[in-house]
Ligand binder design. Sequence first.
Ligand code: PLP
Length: 381
Amino acid sequence: MSQRRIYLDNNASAPVRPEVIEIMTEVMLEGGNPSSVHKSGRGARARLDTARAHVAELVNALPPEVIFTSGGTEASDLAINGVAPANSLDEIVMTVIEHPAVRASASMSGKPITELPVTLDGMVDLKAAEKVFDRLAADGKTAFVCVMLANNETGVLQPVQEIGQMIRDRKIGLLHCDAVQAAGKVPVDAMLLGADTLALSSHKIGGPQGVGALIVREGVAISPRIAGGGQEMGRRSGTENVAGVAGFGKAAEVAVEHLATYANLARVRDRLETELRQSANDIRIFGEGTARLPNTCCFAAPGVSAETALMFLDLAGIEVSTGSACSSGKVAQNYVLSAMGACDAERNAALRVSLGWRSEETDVERFLEVWNGHIDQMKGF
Ligand code: PLP
């Protein structure tokens, strides 16, 4: 019997919203280069302006603070290797659970790196952060501090605002926030967070892949990583991906309108977790005791290998993840869960279920049906 596939991997990429496909089709049919002065060019420029306003609104930024990029990875690279050097910051400080986009960009920077640990709940350890910031202040050093807003694996929300305040109190540098997983899922206010730069990605919120943005607060210096025709006010050259950007703008607009509906996913996620726990009481739900995104459940049922579970679920038409999409393919050591004190058995069993704008409660019911129906078989595999 063929069944509709159930997609529960929205933290990897969310399905593209129909409104987004519609606007992208319109824009591609219109054509035009936003740098041209004729009518088509002006039309393309207007498309960029509209999208910029919507993306700015998504995170309470100003439109000129938005620099469109090829995605969240390029946005964090531009922050770490464009903004940090332009402000002559001495070091990089980042949480140990940052996405590879931040970790690899930090390694490329050539600057000394200090990692901030997390608690067993997966939240950055504020006491440890305070110590590092006090050391920087005492040594007269500055840092580019990178703290993600929501972790991609566990959904755990980080105390970015508190860290922003600590940085400002000590005047020890600037704060970069990777808000790729948080934007469009929970309210994000760049101003309130005190972030000097903020990375966003379109494909996590129902927009197309290959588009994102870096928000750079007014007055913060930046050196471009890509030079050329001077697009994006000289901060990121190259003819803009007008259709992609328009799609991102539409996804941002719709996400803002649907933030309250998105919050309701927490009830469905909580039901999933309650019923999973009924099926096996030794299950560990990562970050369970702390504030998390409403859509994410990362859990380990010791004795059920994640690879085996993924295969059984896939055969039953259900798509989940064993780790972040960017690091899967190879089932690498999960550094996020290691940092949360997960043992080998838990790491090998960890699965991530991430709901999205198209998810329905029946999707979770089907997941539970397949999970409970195969648990003994999966354990014996
Ligand atoms: N940051 C986080 C937290 C992510 O989850 C991802 C993608 O999974 C990225 C950055 C990279 O974004 P992109 O795929 O748009 O390059």
